[in-house]
Each structure stands twice: as C-alpha cells, then as structure tokens.
Design a protein around this ligand. Structure first.
Ligand code: SF4
Length: 319
C-alpha cells in the first residue's frame, strides 16, 4: 500500500532539465516519488524521494503553471512530463493535476510531451484527440511477461494495457513511440522477448522504438536489492555488471555504471536487426551510450516533428 500525501509546491512548476536532450524544454514533475515503484528507478537516490511506499502529490501544479506562463514573455514550444515522475500514475489527485495542466497547455497552443508506464485514462485520450499535432508520447515497456513486469515495475500498467494505449494514441494521430528502457541483459534482451514485444508493438501501428540498457547508480543497486524478492532474478540482473565500467551521462548529468561496451554494442545491434524485421526504426539513447554512438536522443523533437504529419499510418521521424 502506497501512502499518498498532498503538498503545496512552493518553487516553480516548470523547471529546466540537467539532461542535454531535454535542455531546451521546460520539464514538470507532478509528484515527488512515484507509485509505480520500478525497482531500477533513479529517483530513489534523490534527496526529496519520500520512500519506497510513499508519494507526495503537488496539489497546486496547474495553478502554478498558469502563473508561470503569464510571467513568461516567450511561451515554450512544449512541456515534458515527467523526468522524475509519471503523469499517469493511478492516483486520483495526480491524474487531476496532470489533466488540468495538460489541458491548460494545449489550450494555449503549447505542446505536451510525455513518457509513461501507466494507464492513460479515456478523458486524456479525448483531450489529446483535440490537439494531436501538439502531443507526443512514449510508452515504456520492455517485456510482455507480466510476471516479470510485476517483479520489476510492480504497480505500472499491464503490458496489454500499455500496448493498447500505444494503439489508441496512434489512432488519434498523436506522435507515438515505444520506449524499451531499461533493457536488462540476460533478462529482457533475449531474442524471444524482443521479437514478441516488437511484433505486438508493430501490429498496433508503432513505427519507432528507443532502447537503452540498465544503468546503475549506488541508489539503484540498493533499490534492486530491496525490491527484487527473487534471489535468482536479482543475481541475473546484477551479474553482467561484474566487469562493468564507470560511465558518464552525456551532457553532464552525472554518471553511473554501464554494461561493458562490447556487450552493449552487440546487444543493441541484435535488437536493431529485430526491429528492422518488424518495420520499426530503432534509436538508442545517445546520452548513456556515448562510447558507441554519436547520435543524440532527440527526445524532445517529438512535438515539432509531429506537426509535420499526424496520420495514423504515416508516423513521422521522432529523432
Ligand atoms: S514510472 Fe518512471 S518515475 Fe515512476 S517509478 Fe517507474 S521509472 Fe520511476
């Protein structure tokens, strides 16, 4: 059971990100903490993290965004939800603030970009359908195996629900992609898992997928050890990092431990081959794979490219 508390936000709601790929858009978090409780989540190392079974909801976010926008001479092209939270977590107060904030932004012609592992409620789909060229969404999913999802992302939406939300977003003309992140070597990156995931995504109209491998920090290792109850699964998750290397995140957002370069390169090449087979265009996270690609994430170009084209079977280039 997760304890939900309401909190008045005192600082600005729209904030810059330390990640280079998000640096030109304001970002917003609806909460401190996240009820989805992903065992690998990096927010568990943050000073304002309220604990594994707690979430603090900012109850005045929509009002603060309205105030922030009135003060700005130049409005942002889009706002990114949420670098350290999830706008669609199953908490009424979060969904209420997310809806009001997104409606306000879209009403002023400001784009809404999001990444989620939650279930997107119908009234959001209805809202997005009125502004498809202003909305871009990524749905995070690395496996169709819900037993594994429950162990790693205990309160995120089921695989079926996330796939159906991808289809619903594509259906209303929203620029949409699958985010297979973080992949876990030896657990979710095997051919059979990736084949079935990409086949299901492709059959729902997805044409773009981004992928990245698990990246460890001390707080994430602690979280995995606390959260993963199955000792064999925990061993399999951590084993490939035995010979791992310290790696920076491009753009100066700290660093961590990544899989050895050769393992990551060969894994991502294999995943690229599978993606091609299913008509998917793969992009890897350039920020966390500085040693194997010069590509940028281009994550935040979603909305601007979406404006160029928003037909169901003509999903634009996302990166
Ligand atoms: S949904 Fe995102 S923010 Fe929430 S716990 Fe999972 S990784 Fe962290």
């Amino acid at each position: 059971m997760v304890k939900v508390t309401l909190l008045a936000r005192k600082s600005n709601a729209l904030t810059p990100s330390s990640l280079r790929c998000l640096s030109h858009l304001p970002t917003i978090n609806m909460t401190a903490g996240c009820v989805h409780g992903c065992a690998y989540c990096y927010i568990r190392g943050y000073s304002q993290y309220p604990g594994d079974d707690a979430v603090a909801v900012y109850r005045n976010t929509a009002e603060l965004v309205e105030r922030d926008l009135k003060r700005k001479r130049k409005k942002p092209i889009a706002v990114y939800f949420c670098p350290s939270s999830d706008a669609f977590m199953p908490v009424e107060e979060v969904l209420d603030q997310s809806f009001r904030t997104m409606k306000l932004l879209l009403g002023q012609g400001i784009g809404v970009q999001f990444v989620t592992k939650g279930a997107i409620p119908d009234h959001f789909i209805e809202l997005f359908s009125q502004h498809p060229d202003l909305v871009a969404g990524q749905v995070g999913l690395t496996t169709l195996n819900d037993q594994l999802n429950t162990a790693i992302e205990p309160r995120a939406a089921s695989a079926k629900r996330r796939l159906n939300d991808l289809a619903r977003l594509i259906d209303i003309g929203v620029t949409t992609s699958l985010r297979a992140d973080p992949l876990i070597h030896g657990v979710t990156d095997c051919d059979a898992n990736i084949e079935s995931l990409f086949a299901e995504a492709s059959s729902r109209g997805v044409r773009h997928v981004s992928a990245s491998y698990l990246f460890l920090r001390p707080a994430i290792i602690g979280s995995l050890k606390r959260s993963i109850r199955n000792p064999e699964l925990l061993r399999r998750i951590l084993a490939p990092f035995k010979d791992a290397q310290r790696a920076p995140i491009r753009g100066g957002a700290g660093g961590g431990t990544s899989l050895p370069t050769d393992l990551r390169r060969s894994g991502l090449e294999r995943i690229d081959t599978i993606a091609n087979r299913h008509g998917l265009k793969l992009r890897i996270c350039g920020c966390k794979n500085d040693d194997i690609t010069t590509a940028k994430c281009h994550l935040t170009n979603l909305t601007t490219t979406a404006r160029a084209s928003h037909h169901k079977n003509d999903q634009p280039d996302l990166w």
